[in-house]
Design a protein around this ligand. Structure first.
Ligand code: FAD
Length: 392
């Protein structure tokens, strides 16, 4: 169905992948040499890239289910040097926006997408939360798709729309760093919420085409990927920057990439030594995506990372209403306004369309205390490339 020429690269052909399979009994082909046994019902099979499809069919024929695929050589350890937090205030935004000419874009276009395999697909919402949000990782080893933190990729769901035309691509923020979750520069990860709503006229439950396709994607399945795209949400190169992140729901995706780059990976050319602050809005505690990782970073780097939740269905704002992200921003507005004025501060907003209005209101009030008109100041911040918004 797809153009699979990209998948025939010889460099990828020599790579090995390990399948974790359930539903099969161990036999002579099981890789027992170095594979960690994760559960008593799983077995591990090492397969060269060139035989992946064939092996998948064989496993399916034998009644097995592939629950995870990973490259045999796994990634890097984490650490980052501990150091002090933000410095003195600076004047109003002045610098012109950086052009980012070296950032990759549109390596793969919709008429010839990259075909990647799904390496893993797991649920992020825990018991008691609402909706479905999945973390998906795709193999990129058969092509040239590379990207940097803050970019998005397009996914083309298979099949046709109501007019019989092939589905159009949907964009998804990349949730992994440029090195990928396996640390080998060969994967890309997404954080996808299944769109589900009641049809306004019929009352029927409607599920989004692409998000449902992705959330239900089997490990080992092929997926058509375009991109990367986007220069709006790039991280500043400055390792001493202050990075303020405001996310609702899957808006966490680019911030996961930032935080992993800042705190969970080591790089020769980037050692974060600034201050990062994530304000994260979600309905329930069980909906806090990547909760354990976020809290581990906050515990390990208290001088460099602050984590603030707004849990709307569990916490109350100052007037007894639901605690939305704008209420947390309002609570912290004076401090945020102080940080935002510093030249090394970049502010990022990602997630639900409409989340900006409440944030603007809160910051307007803080700026007004110093006689500053927020909307004018914000325009200057945007011109200086220090105010970044991606809402959908
Ligand atoms: C830059 C960018 C980054 C993005 N990043 C992510 C991401 O990281 N994670 C993520 O999950 N999504 C992300 N999205 C959203 C994603 O692109 C899709 O829009 C989303 O997954 C829905 O696509 P779908 O094919 O499932 O829905 P579709 O089948 O295309 O249905 C969407 C349509 O359903 C209708 N609709 C939706 N809600 C309602 C409602 N409540 N009432 C009535 N009609 C409704 C609207 O007409 C809407 O256009 C991003 C979008 C952009 C632009």
């Amino acid at each position: 169905m797809y153009n699979s020429s990209a998948a025939d690269s010889s460099s990828a052909g020599s790579r090995l992948f390990r399948y974790e399979v359930t539903g099969l009994r161990q036999n002579a082909e099981t890789d027992r040499m170095d594979a960690p046994i994760r559960s008593s019902s799983s077995i591990f099979i090492t397969v060269p890239y060139s035989r992946m499809n064939e092996e998948m069919r064989r496993i399916t024929r034998m009644g097995g289910k592939i629950v995870r695929i990973e490259p045999v050589e796994l990634g890097k350890a984490s650490s980052v040097p501990p150091q002090p937090a933000p410095a003195a205030p600076a004047a109003a935004p002045a610098k012109a926006k950086a052009k980012h000419a070296d950032v990759p874009v549109n390596i793969y276009r919709p008429n010839n997408p990259y075909i990647g395999k799904c390496l893993s697909n797991y649920e992020l919402v825990r018991e008691g939360g609402i909706g479905t949000v999945r973390h998906l990782t795709f193999d990129l080893s058969a092509g040239d798709l590379h990207y940097v933190e803050g970019q998005s990729i397009g996914i083309i769901p298979p099949g046709t729309d109501a007019q019989g035309k092939p589905h159009k691509l949907r964009l998804y923020s990349i949730a992994s760093t440029r090195h990928g979750d396996n640390g080998d520069d060969k994967t890309v990860s997404l954080c996808v919420r299944q769109l589900e709503y009641k049809h306004p006229e019929t009352g029927e439950t409607v599920y989004g085409v692409c998000s449902t396709y992705l959330c239900n994607l089997e490990v080992g399945a092929d997926v058509a990927i375009t991109g990367p795209v986007g220069k709006e949400m790039l991280l500043p190169d400055d390792p001493n920057a202050t990075v303020i992140m405001m996310a609702t729901g899957t808006g966490i995706a680019p911030f996961r990439a930032y935080l992993w780059r800042m705190f969970k990976e080591t790089h020769a050319d980037y050692k974060f030594n600034g201050f990062a602050w994530l304000i994260f809005g979600i309905p329930f505690t069980a909906n806090i995506l990547y909760k354990d990782d976020l809290e581990a970073i906050a515990a390990q780097y208290p001088d460099h990372f602050q984590l603030t939740y707004a849990i709307s269905r569990e916490q109350q704002n100052a007037t007894g209403g639901k605690m939305y992200i704008q209420d947390r921003v309002a609570e912290q507005a004076d401090r945020l306004w102080e940080l935002i004025q510093q030249e090394k501060t970049h502010t990022y907003i990602c997630g639900l369309k409409g989340m900006e209005d409440g944030i603007d209101k809160a910051l307007s009030e803080a700026a007004a205390k110093q006689g500053v008109t927020w909307s004018d100041y914000q325009k200057d911040l945007k011109r200086a490339g220090r105010w970044h918004v991606e809402t959908y």
